[in-house]
Design a protein around this ligand. Sequence first.
Ligand SMILES: Nc1ncnc2c1ncn2[C@@H]1O[C@H](COP(=O)(O)OP(=O)(O)OP(=O)(O)O)[C@@H](O)[C@H]1O
Length: 281
Amino acid sequence: MSIPATTVSSNPKYIEIQGVEQTFKTKKGLFPALRDINLTVAKGEFVALIGHSGCGKSTLLNLIAGLTTPTAGSLICANREIAGPGPERAVVFQNHSLLPWLTCFENVYLGVERVFGARNPGAAAENKAQLKDRTDAALALVGLTAATQKRPGEISGGMKQRVGIARALAMEPKVLLMDEPFGALDALTRAKLQDELLEIVARTHSTVVMVTHDVDEAVLLSDKIVMMTNGPAATIGEVLSVDLPRPRNRVALADSPEYLHYRKAVIDFLYTRQAHVEKAA
Ligand SMILES: Nc1ncnc2c1ncn2[C@@H]1O[C@H](COP(=O)(O)OP(=O)(O)OP(=O)(O)O)[C@@H](O)[C@H]1O
């Protein structure tokens, strides 16, 4: 089953970033982190942000999350200015940030209760059974039904990261923002979670913006790879459209000429045009 083309193109300007600049005040004075960022993300699109360490990927993601405000420019999501964090934009961090004293179920339930347990404009507050069903469904989506009563200390790193993803998905966000969600995992667990994420995104038609250092991860998952120049005052150097058909299979793609072409384009950008002393892939 492939994703209908309309999923990605129905709203080509779902997220719209215009003329964004981010300058930080530091002890040594002003530090220009980002300049002149212009980017649009379509509804249902999967976008990867890639670039060398310190180029401002997390800074850009935090701006979309509404965790910070830009020094200049504007960010719009679903026709509304991004003025702060909101449940329609869920964030998954690298370190999963689970509460260690709560079970997997309780960690997810907490967010579900906050979003759906309160009376929201145009919607009645849901009862406990409905909130429990939502939590169970999100944990099932990431294959964690058997671990719902375990605490973070009793499960593996990959499982913790799945709880973080379940918690984000349970809020039915319009946009899933992921900051190197698999960066701390071993290669095999990372591959498994990437495949699961591909399936979940295909099922939920989520719009995703993901920060990554990993070239293969970017090509395998994305519709669009946003390649950032080195900082300070980093900006978008190039946007690569990845037109590989879905569903994507990592084994079949490994020696596909199209896959290798996209991979090389990203590597050329990172290591030739934005050569940097630090490793990026
Ligand atoms: N709150 C802040 N105050 C001052 N400088 C900051 C702040 N946040 C980020 N920076 C600086 O802005 C630049 C971009 O940082 P950012 O964390 O966004 O980069 P990144 O591309 O995500 O890096 P990495 O890949 O290593 O996580 C860096 O030079 C960083 O030191």
